[in-house]
Design a protein around this ligand. Structure first.
Ligand code: ATP
Length: 342
């Protein structure tokens, strides 16, 4: 018998819990097909912090790091905690503490439509850049440091080259090395080195501002886009808009060098959506497609593919939540997708 894969479930706050409730039956469906999986629901988020004063303690982090194989995450953020510190201490700690360097955000047209098929994968560095949280605020002056290290840059770019080679897609590096000479200069240098090592990939580097303009004008011309943490965040949200907005965009982060047992975290691109939370309006598609990415990461390709087909088929047959112009509730959308799984 296979050793069960242990997956921690962290729904988090607001819409995170609502969309997680639609992903859990997909995990149970994989189990019903013979996948050995153990689910560990965990309470971390605003409610837990307000009740206990604990965001993610050292021992809770160590339990996750050493005691599970992957994390399925909803979203964190709560209007009662406007400084966002609990969200930072949970999500950024997981990303940085587990060294989840590579964040993949695929954007594919979900249902057939007019125009060229959109198929973009954004590979975003997930632990450094301006999101390293180092800086200072002084009277009249504020500093945010952006730290880029060669091992992380190399890991992200190697994953992007491999992704582009596997899917035979062109690769574009987004950078601003003309201004950010040190940090993005490092990105450009490693990119040029890997470009020579991967002659099978059509690869080019572009200034991020020109890239954004070209992306809006002709998204079909792009395949894989690699970027640092900050640019990757912005570019992937723009790409999400091409396929229907925040509610449908999935993501997965992983540590290719596997420093710990827990080496992957899948989560929708969206946040806790406080404006619609608790109303059954959140679209669960981003969360369910993130679950599919997790299945693929675990090597469960048949289940990953079946889940993606079920989502496309449900959408093509008119199942849509309000953000996509439909009337389905979160639960009805989840059911429409699950009804297509055999
Ligand atoms: P964060 O800083 O965590 O990204 P945010 O408030 O900037 O948080 P979101 O929580 O993603 O971003 O919300 C941005 C917008 O997208 C909101 O109008 C929200 O209602 C919408 N949105 C987010 N998630 C969903 C979803 N699953 N379904 C429908 N709309 C969503």
């Amino acid at each position: 018998m296979d050793i069960p894969v242990s997956i921690a479930l962290i729904p988090g706050d607001g819409a995170g819990g609502e969309v997680m409730a639609e992903a859990i039956p997909c995990l149970e469906w994989a189990r019903s097909r013979g996948r050995e999986v153990e689910l560990l629901p965990l309470p971390y988020g605003a409610e837990h912090f307000l009740a206990t004063g604990e965001t993610l303690s050292d021992s809770a982090f160590a339990d996750l790091r050493d005691g599970c194989d992957a994390i399925l995450f909803g979203a964190v953020g709560d209007p009662r905690l406007p400084d966002g510190r609990h969200a930072e201490e949970i999500l950024l700690r997981l990303r940085q503490g587990l060294d989840l360097t590579v964040n993949l955000r695929p954007c594919r047209a979900l249902a057939p439509g007019p125009g060229p098929a959109l198929d973009i994968e954004v590979f975003r560095e997930n632990t450094e850049g301006p999101y390293c949280l180092e800086g200072s605020t002084e009277p009249g002056r504020a500093v945010d440091l952006a730290i880029h290290t060669e091992p992380a840059v190399r890991r992200l770019l190697e994953a992007a080259f491999q992704g582009a080679a596997a899917r035979r897609r062109p690769l574009t590096l987004a950078h601003k090395a003309n201004v950010l000479k040190h940090g993005h200069g490092l990105w450009l240098r490693v990119f040029e080195e890997l470009r020579k090592a991967h002659p099978e990939v059509t690869a080019r580097a572009m200034h991020a501002d020109a890239l954004l303009c070209a992306l809006v004008q002709n998204p079909g011309a792009f395949g894989v886009i690699a970027a640092d943490n900050y640019l990757g965040d912005l570019i992937s949200d723009l790409c999400a808009a091409f396929i229907g907005g925040m509610g449908v965009a999935p993501s997965i982060s992983w540590a290719p060098h596997r420093p710990f047992r827990c080496a992957a975290l899948a989560e929708p691109v969206h946040g806790s959506a406080p404006d619609i939370a608790g109303q059954g309006r959140a679209n669960p598609v981003g969360m369910i497609l993130s679950t599919a990415l997790l299945f693929r990461h675990l090597g469960w390709e048949p289940e990953a593919g079946a889940l993606e087909v079920a989502v496309s088929d449900a959408l093509a047959n008119g199942a849509k939540t309000r953000d996509l112009g439909g009337t389905h509730s979160t639960a009805a959308m989840g059911k429409a997708i699950r009804d297509r799984l055999t």
